[in-house]
Ligand binder design. Structure first.
Ligand SMILES: Cc1ncc(COP(=O)(O)O)c(C=O)c1O
Length: 418
């Protein structure tokens, strides 16, 4: 459920027309609904009512300061995968004691920053990383709280690029080696074992893979207990899918019920790292039609947003619904909706029945709140687009559109070039 709806054939975000915002900020831009973000967080968190839990929103889905602050105000912690995300989270006011740190390639400086900040726990993804964390904690006179990210070899039945819990994936440590890792960690002077973690993938539309992963973690917790290693935090990662087209993912209530049932009163604090399910359908990308043309085999609708603004269709063949911002009497045409980038892979939709808008008309690319702006780049020297948030009948730019000068920040011509 989101707050992008038509009234009198005009697309509204809450109580503001998308057209009015486009006129004020130009295109393309990302547009987020405050009410939708709030609703999604509360629906997710509320589904675990009565359970000892911490929701650590996954910054990688969308780490704009406004969104982090809003979620922090609702009680969210943060799941981070880089020093940059740690910096952003702390700037947004998220308490370090609510931050968990995953990622296979944590650098020394990033580990040091997280230790100095006093985060809740490191989700350790290799034995070498474990050794380094122990060493850095010793150097800084700290004790590093850790969980091991277990790779439970569960098929999340999602796109191969976003499945992360299979043996062949680079993430986590397989269950057997994880046990060895815990035993090694238990001997280390500067780490404190507090948790266990997994994240099996993203855009998961069934509950069974989560249950399978949880079962695997539970049996490892049992083995650890026998070795007198006590697990206080069980981090199930993120991954719950959303509806982009016709997917029917489990409602957070069903997801929560299933997890809680599988936990069967285990004395652990549950951590969840939702990203997409919170922001995905709370944001759209607004773009303007530039030209139409008919190639030998296809119709093309060329718009002013490209793969540098929204990479998901190019990267994963992802589907995003495309709606007209004003529902005029457009004939429907079958076309590829493409951007201005000089790549054949630069498309937002392919072979899609879309409203046959003409030059200057606005289109909304739906469900673009997660992994949209975060993957935007300056490819083809295109300034990064603006982000706007609506609350009721107000809107504000939450990130200014870059200008051409911004494109060259940090660049210099060396003295040996005339
Ligand atoms: C470690 C980790 N946690 C949580 C997430 C969030 O996943 P999602 O947006 O599918 O909820 C991701 C994203 O892939 C991740 O890598």
């Amino acid at each position: 459920m989101h707050h992008f709806t038509y009234k009198d054939n005009e697309l509204y975000c809450e109580a503001v027309t998308v057209r009015e915002i486009a006129a004020a900020v130009g295109t393309p831009f990302y547009l987020y609904s405050h009410a939708t973000l709030e609703r999604h967080f509360k629906a997710f968190d509320g589904a675990f009512e009565g359970i000892d839990r911490l929701i650590c929103y996954s910054a990688k889905a969308n780490a704009s300061q406004a969104i982090l602050r809003l979620l922090k105000n609702l009680g969210s912690g943060l799941d981070i995968v880089s020093g940059g995300e740690l910096y952003r989270g702390l700037k947004a006011g998220i308490a370090p004691q609510k931050i968990v740190y995953s990622g296979v390639g944590k650098r020394v400086e990033e580990i040091d920053d997280a230790l100095s900040a006093g985060i809740l726990m490191f989700n350790v993804e290799s034995l070498e990383e474990l050794e380094l964390i122990n060493q850095r904690a010793g150097t800084l006179g700290k004790k590093a709280p850790i969980a091991i990210r277990v790779n439970p070899d569960v098929d999340p039945k999602t796109h191969p690029y976003i499945s992360t819990g299979l043996k062949k994936n680079k993430f986590g440590i397989d269950t057997r080696a994880a046990l060895e890792g815990y035993l090694a960690a238990n001997q280390m002077a500067h780490v404190n074992i507090i948790g266990i973690d997994c994240h099996i993938g993203s855009q998961i539309t069934q509950v069974q893979p989560f249950v399978d992963a949880l079962e695997s973690l539970k049996s490892l917790i049992g083995e650890l207990k026998q070795k007198n290693i006590d697990i206080k935090f069980l981090d199930m990662g993120g991954g719950l899918g959303i509806t982009y087209n016709d997917e029917a993912p489990p409602h957070p209530q069903e997801y929560a019920r299933t997890l809680v049932q599988a936990l069967k009163d285990m004395p652990v604090r549950l951590i969840l790292e939702p990203g997409r399910v919170i922001v995905g359908n709370a944001g759209i990308l607004v773009t303007r039609a530039l030209y139409r043309k008919t190639g030998g085999a296809k119709n093309f609708m060329i718009v002013d947003a490209g793969m540098n603004d929204l990479l998901r269709p190019t990267l994963y063949g992802a589907f995003h619904a495309i709606w007209p911002v004003s529902k005029n009497k457009y004939e429907t045409i079958k076309a590829d909706v493409v951007g201005p980038i000089c790549e054949t892979g630069d498309f937002l939709a392919q072979d899609r029945e879309v409203p046959g808008v003409s030059h200057g008309d606005l289109l909304a690319v739906m469900s673009a709140g997660a992994y949209g702006f975060m993957m935007a780049s300056n490819y083809c020297s295109r300034p990064r687009l603006a982000e706007v948030m609506v609350k009721d009948d107000q809107f504000e730019v939450i990130r200014a559109r870059q200008n051409y000068e911004d494109l060259m920040i940090g660049e210099t011509v060396p003295s040996f070039i005339e």
